[in-house]
Design a protein around this ligand. Structure first.
Ligand SMILES: O=P(O)(O)O[C@H]1O[C@H](CO)[C@@H](O)[C@H]1O
Ligand SMILES: Nc1nc2[nH]cnc2c(=O)[nH]1
Length: 291
């Protein structure tokens, strides 16, 4: 199946050119904030901020906890661009729209993508409030033929058949572990496999049991398409899941998951996540181009 909105190279370029004409910042790092995790953008200094509705070609956010703003700024001199709010397939966006910003970031000169998300724990040993460094993902919609790269390949971005092994950068994972250790929060940190499902419903008990058998550690409704488009166009990728709930895997007596609880746990851990991501960016090797 083709992506229903075929987006041309010129479309991405038009949005990138508009942003380049509106800000002096030339980011090397882009951060996509997950549900309830948008406060990270507030830590950027010298901000230029744009509502998605004001950016030509940009999709709109419709989910609570996703503000819908693109924020450019500096973290200790490192220039970043931060999405306060991402796009999900379940909102009705095609996967080309979901991943539209990632290709725009590439055209802005971004080299590293940091993704965060809120996710439910499938692994038994995980607790609410844990942070999972993503080692790998299972892209369920992708396995079933819903993939943003379906359609004519744009060779200017990347190859027809991109590899997906080793997509999550090992050095950045190690750096994140080291920073967690120095922050004294190692006890909350996990490393594992994120699985994207289509949503918007949370998992049935039988689905949760299936995911457990497949070796999934955390499940959510985002991230995999953004990561694969970033990797396709040669970006370095780092991902974090905040475990906001334990997915119900038993028919007896567990509270059902809801989005309000997801947002409440995100709020509780947002400061720790901000410090961790700032720490990674500050210690990453980046050469800034000033406009
Ligand atoms: O993946 P993010 O955007 O963090 O959000 C997660 O939280 C929402 C459900 O509460 C879903 O959108 C799920 O994907
Ligand atoms: N699919 C899914 N997405 C989530 N996002 C946050 N928690 C969950 C969850 O339990 N399941």
């Amino acid at each position: 199946m083709h992506c229903k909105d075929q987006i041309s190279h010129k479309d991405y370029q038009r949005t990138a050119d508009w942003l380049l004409s509106q800000t002096q910042h030339r980011p090397k790092v882009a951060i996509i904030c997950g549900s309830g995790l948008g406060m990270l953008a507030d830590t950027l200094q010298c901000q230029d901020s744009f509502k998605y509705s004001d950016i030509p070609g940009f999709p709109q956010s419709t989910v609570q906890g996703h503000a819908g703003k693109l924020v450019f700024g500096e973290l200790e001199g490192k220039i970043c661009v931060c999405m306060q709010g991402r796009f999900h397939m379940y909102e009705g966006h095609s996967l080309c729209k979901v991943t539209f910003p990632v290709r725009v970031f590439k055209l802005l000169g971004v080299e590293t993508l940091i993704v965060t998300n809120a996710a439910g724990a499938i692994a038994e040993s995980y607790h609410c409030g844990d942070v999972m460094i993503i080692r790998d993902h299972i892209n369920f919609p992708g396995l079933a033929g819903l993939n943003p790269l379906i359609g004519p390949n744009d060779d200017k971005f990347g190859p027809r058949f991109p590899p997906m092994s080793g997509v999550y950068d090992k050095d950045l994972q190690k750096l994140a572990f080291d920073i967690c250790k120095s922050m004294g929060v190692s006890q909350f940190v996990q490393e594992g496999v994120y699985c994207m499902v289509g949503g918007p419903n949370f998992e049935s008990v039988a689905e949760a049991k299936l995911l457990y058998k497949l070796g999934v550690d955390a499940v959510g409704m985002s991230t995999a398409p953004e990561v694969l488009v970033a990797s396709h166009c040669g970006m370095r990728v780092f991902g974090l899941s905040l475990i906001t709930n334990k997915v119900v895997k038993s028919y007896e007596g567990s509270e059902p998951t809801n989005h309000e609880d997801v947002l409440a746990v995100s709020k509780m851990r947002s400061e720790m996540l901000q410090k961790l991501i700032s720490g990674i960016i500050i210690r990453m090797d980046i050469n800034n181009n000033k406009a």
